[in-house]
Design a protein around this ligand. Structure first.
Ligand code: HEC
Ligand code: HEC
Length: 289
């Protein structure tokens, strides 16, 4: 087929010289805007690969002349965040929980960091949001075994309960049945008496016997009217909140064997700022006292 390049009369554009059945193919040039964008992209591409990490080499890659990387940027952001937090955390360690509570910015940090630290370290025993479980007290109410003042909560969390730390909270309810301090009948009577403190009815004679046993053996820790005692870690017995259960069988079991639950000293596992954050967070959870 002959290839003859000529001008197309209608458009003024060259033909490619291809012709089929009298139809000639035009060699229309690319639009200028397209062409220059294309060249600009090539130039930009070259500059980009020179400035930034780009070409792979055998062992690593060409790092770019500017030295900038996203990783570097991330590291810088993290460092800046840490520096910002270090300031906040130092303040939290220094300040009293009462003062932290008055500072909205610090409380914002406490809520965010506290929720995470609580989920990581505490929720396993105390339940999500401090809802509690049998043997693990609810932290989201204002009933406190060891006290709900900010500094009492901080002390409980820092040194824990019945562990080897020298500052641990310590108090052991006697094993009245297992150690033969009370007979089965006496335990049954005092159990009925204890239940009557929260409104359960029982025989008057039983309550009288139970009341005497209670006054002699229990009131020193649980209080004369079963109001509980924070220094002894003795729960209030005159309400409907039970750590181990308020049915007769469970109460008898508690009096017979005691329970002696324990909690680690968190200062041995977490840094002081995190412990303080948690104490402030828990205090806010329960409304504290
Ligand atoms: C291994 C289980 C366990 C873990 C984990 C645990 N606790 Fe406890 N915690 C207990 C037990 C058991 C008690 C109650 C002991 C008792 O007084 O009989 C308790 C009691 C408490 C109390 C006292 C409640 C009151 O009414 O006075 C606070 C506050 C507390 N825990 C906070 C925390 C925080 C904060 C964490 C996380 C850092 C945590 N606990 C993790 C087992 C645990
Ligand atoms: C030395 C202090 C002490 C004495 C005395 C004591 N308790 Fe306790 N009691 C505790 C502590 C501490 C607990 C928390 C559970 C545990 O650690 O065993 C407790 C828990 C209980 C509970 C469980 C409460 C719940 O919420 O589940 C009952 C019931 C109870 N005591 C009844 C008695 C009775 C009845 C007597 C007397 C016969 C008595 N206690 C004497 C310290 C004492």
């Amino acid at each position: 087929m002959p290839t003859k390049i000529e001008k197309d009369a209608a458009t003024g554009t060259d033909t490619t010289g291809h012709e089929w059945d009298g139809i000639k193919e035009l060699n229309t040039p690319l639009p200028k805007w397209w062409l220059y964008t294309f060249y600009a992209c090539i130039v930009w591409g070259v500059i980009y690969t020179v400035l930034l990490p780009s070409w792979p080499t055998l062992s690593s890659h060409f790092g770019g002349t500017s030295g900038w990387t996203r990783r570097g940027e991330l590291a810088e952001t993290l460092a800046a965040q840490k520096a910002g937090q270090a300031d906040t955390r130092a303040k939290i360690v220094e300040m009293s929980i009462a003062d932290i509570r008055k500072d909205p910015a610090l409380m914002g940090y406490v809520q965010a960091a506290g929720r995470v630290a609580f989920a990581d370290n505490c929720a396993g025993c105390h339940g999500a949001g401090g809802a509690g479980a049998v043997g693990f007290p609810t932290l989201a109410d204002d009933d406190w075994i060891w006290g709900g003042e900010p500094e009492q909560i901080l002390q409980t969390i820092t040194y824990g309960i019945r562990n080897n730390n020298e500052n641990s909270r310590i108090s052991d309810m006697p094993r009245f049945g297992a150690d033969g301090m009370l007979t089965k009948e006496q335990i049954a009577d005092v159990a009925d008496y204890v239940l009557s403190l929260s409104g359960t009815q029982a025989d008057a004679a039983v309550l009288e016997r139970g009341g005497v046993i209670y006054a002699e053996n229990c009131a020193a820790c649980h209080g004369e009217k079963g109001e509980g005692m924070h220094e002894m870690g003795a729960p209030r017995l005159s309400d409907a909140i039970w750590l181990y259960g308020g049915d007769r069988k469970t109460v008898i079991e508690t009096i017979t064997y005691a329970r002696r639950g324990n909690m680690p000293a968190w200062i041995e596992r977490l840094d002081p700022a995190t412990v303080k954050v948690l104490a402030t967070y828990v205090h806010a959870l329960g409304g504290g006292q």
